[in-house]
Write a protein that binds this ligand. Sequence first.
Ligand SMILES: Cc1cc2nc3c(=O)[nH]c(=O)nc-3n(C[C@H](O)[C@H](O)[C@H](O)COP(=O)(O)O)c2cc1C
Length: 491
Amino acid sequence: MDSSDSLLRANAPNIIQGGMGVSVSSWRLARRVAQLGEIGVISGTAIDTVVVRELQDGDPHDRRSVLRSYPDQEIVDYIIDRFYIEGGKADDEPYRLLPIHRYKPKVRSQRILSAATFSEVLLAKQGHDGVIGMNLLGKLKRYTLACCYGAMLADVDAVFIGAGIPTEEAQQLPKLAAGESARLRLDVDTAQAPDDVDGPFYYELDPADILSNPPQLDAPEFYPIVSSDLLARILDKKIPDGLIHGWIIEGPIAGGHNAPPRNKNTDEDGHPVYDERDIANLDQVAALGYPFYLAGGWGTPEKLQEALDRGAAGVQVGSLFSLTEESGYPTDYTRRLIRALHSGKAAIRTDGRTSPTGFPFKVVELDGTLAVPEIYEERTRICDLGYLRTPYVDAKGRLQGRCPGEPVDDYVRKGGDAADTEGRSCLCNALTANIGQAQIQKKSGKELSLFTGGDALVDLPLGSVDEPHYTAKDVIDYLYAGVAQPAAAAS
Ligand SMILES: Cc1cc2nc3c(=O)[nH]c(=O)nc-3n(C[C@H](O)[C@H](O)[C@H](O)COP(=O)(O)O)c2cc1C
């Protein structure tokens, strides 16, 4: 039997194409995966910047036409008037920036983000009846609500949230769907705050600020991405019944950010070292009674079969999909990465310092990128996108943001500890550079890339040095080859 006709595939999607920011899991990738009957996931992270840069690049995929179906055409006119450049900006011109989102919400920023996310989801949903999800990083609370709202206006099927503990998010989705105001609690540093300024602090979004007549919407399904059965159990207790639809259980060899190791051990270079305590107990996860998908090194037919045999609904795969023709990386980058991986010229390190979030981050060690220490040192720090800022109250009682990847003096002036800045990269600029949207900076020129991928990428099973390309269909066919049906179903 052709693997594409397998029983298992006819029954249910067993593969989630993991959400990959910034726009690596583009609408093109998510749409293709959903067309092939699996679950496609777009990334909501920094999607407002991605959209306004695309417009400044001459709108190569005609995003303006989907923006034209967004229910608030006033903000769409504003976005297009301000950012669209016919024929694209000159290569050596910097991109025009959006204002950085404030902690005291600016409605215009929320409206832009909602419209941008709407367009990404709508593009991903076109031309099929498959399932489209959206991935968000839990720590980036300023962006979550507007992203979710815009995605829901485009009828997103599911929201996946990792990198944080998404206790409140699940409860906000039904509120937004009902057109009610939603809010998320912020974890704020108040060390410098005047005595009369005290928390709790919230970030709020009122659908009535986004649309004059907020419609009744369907709330999407909600899938927390967790690293341990313990966290799954905590969320299961804290989140009201009916709001969780399943889990993604992500282990420490996954691409992107990883949970810190339970044992807090590091190697001589300060990078995290994991042990068996970082492996989730799947029996405990299964006992919670929801479907679950396994992520982090599960992207082979053998591992997919193992996942199904162990009671999982399937696997979430990121790294393999990140290098497909449909991913958000420009083709010359994927080719370079595939060639380097096949010829042993790229390695993966779990870097405990580089991400300003403080989470370990998988870095692809590749020439010419910020993974090379000398290249990293040459970059002049700047914080002009600000997605990874965290909130603090300044001495005047104002809620502000700071990021350990920003210029050290600024960070210290804002009350941060200089030691926190050591080894930090500007992931905002590096990850937008990865998708061909590098900013041109006054001081250090064109921003450079910093690629991420899981440990298993070094044994890349697809593409070759001579043919450094493959498609999302190749990934899905590869994963299903030889997989018959779940052992449980067979017995
Ligand atoms: C390039 C890349 C970017 C990623 N970005 C995110 C992200 O923004 N949010 C997230 O929850 N996971 C992210 N991930 C993790 C994937 O969604 C997925 O869970 C993981 O890649 C699965 O393990 P694998 O890398 O072994 O396939 C990223 C992974 C890659 C390779």
